[in-house]
Design a protein around this ligand. Structure first.
Ligand SMILES: *[C@@H]1O[C@H](CO)[C@@H](O)[C@H](O)[C@H]1NC(C)=O
Ligand SMILES: *[C@@H]1O[C@H](CO)[C@@H](O)[C@H](O)[C@H]1NC(C)=O
Ligand SMILES: *[C@@H]1O[C@H](CO)[C@@H](O)[C@H](O)[C@H]1NC(C)=O
Ligand SMILES: *[C@@H]1O[C@H](CO)[C@@H](O)[C@H](O)[C@H]1NC(C)=O
Length: 272
């Protein structure tokens, strides 16, 4: 009898210890997950910003963060115009680049695969600000000093949202920094490779200035099918291009550009 009672007591103590251990583990897991979840939000945004900034040599990243966040914090996220980023563009200015600027529209992936392996061409996303903010979403809210990464207006939801205004403002500066021969990769698989509503068509092409000698269009095609350089949409481009900038267009198969991107031995010369 007594032995049985002892055994029961021992067993219930063991069960108690097991339950306690499981509870502690659940508590610790919840804590860790909760903290990392919070980090992915606003704090995660700031640390991503700083980490990416620090990959570049020289910039005062804390100051750039401060000037950047002042553009949209405490503001209605549908009321942040391009000009809100003027101070940022002054703090992290884009230096003039001759003969190496590469613009793109609806060809983002292939363009970045092409520029990743070679320093020859520079896109907006290779500049300090473009690199730091590529792929990110952010906004502020009235009466709050925080940066939010969810619940922000979408690209087309309202025109003056913080993300769109940033890309408009930064792309304007990138285009103004262009000189010599500039290149743009357009998508030859769609019916209007030059879209007047795109950032390239509405902002960049209009900001190319007297320092630019020529604009070379590379129309990326699937084996020379689809739109070619005679397409009407490229006549719109010509009408928008400033007088004094010469123009050329060449259709280049996507496979040819991919071959260039994956050949590390090929030198800087163009691939078309
Ligand atoms: C051109 O646009 C189509 C449709 O949006 C897309 O599937 C394709 O990947 C684009 N081509 C290039 C070279 O980016
Ligand atoms: C912000 O605060 C002001 C004054 O307290 C108030 O009138 C306004 O509705 C608030 N805005 C938001 C979006 O909460
Ligand atoms: C383009 O040509 C290559 C090689 O001739 C072929 O492998 C590929 O399937 C072609 N692509 C299209 C979209 O026709
Ligand atoms: C050429 O452009 C027009 C309008 O700009 C478009 O409707 C048409 O589909 C394009 N042609 C081809 C072959 O894609």
């Amino acid at each position: 009898m007594e032995q049985d009672a002892n055994r029961t007591k021992r067993r219930s103590r063991r069960i108690f210890i097991c339950v306690a251990v499981v509870l502690v583990v659940i508590f610790v897991l919840a804590l860790v997950l909760g903290l990392s979840r919070r980090n992915q939000g606003a704090n995660g945004f700031q640390s991503t910003f700083i980490e990416r900034c620090e990959k570049f040599n020289g910039p005062d990243c804390q100051n750039i963060w401060k000037v950047f966040s002042q553009a949209y914090v405490r503001r209605d996220p549908c009321n942040v115009p391009m000009e809100a980023y003027n101070a940022l563009m002054a703090a992290a200015s884009i230096q003039p680049v001759c003969n190496r600027e590469l613009f793109w529209s609806k060809t983002k992936q292939i363009v970045h695969a092409f520029t990743a392996k070679r320093d020859c061409y520079i896109t907006m996303e290779d500049t300090l600000l473009g690199f730091m903010l590529d792929g990110l979403t952010w906004c502020g809210k009235e009466n709050s000093s925080e940066t939010f990464t969810s619940g922000c207006p979408g690209w087309s939801q309202c025109e003056n949202n913080p993300v769109r205004s940033f890309w408009n403002r930064a792309s304007a500066a990138f285009a103004e920094a262009a000189c010599g021969d500039v290149t743009v990769m357009l998508n030859g698989s769609i019916s209007t490779p030059f879209s007047p509503a795109s950032i390239f068509g509405s902002i960049e092409i209009k900001r190319l200035n007297y320092r630019v000698r020529s604009l070379n269009v590379i129309l990326v095609t699937q084996n020379n099918t689809g739109t070619d350089c005679s397409n009407a949409s490229l006549k719109d481009l010509l009408d928008t291009l400033g007088a004094g900038i010469s123009y050329s267009c060449r259709a280049v198969p996507e496979a040819q550009i991919q071959a260039c991107s994956s050949d590390p031995k090929r030198t800087c010369g163009p691939c078309w």
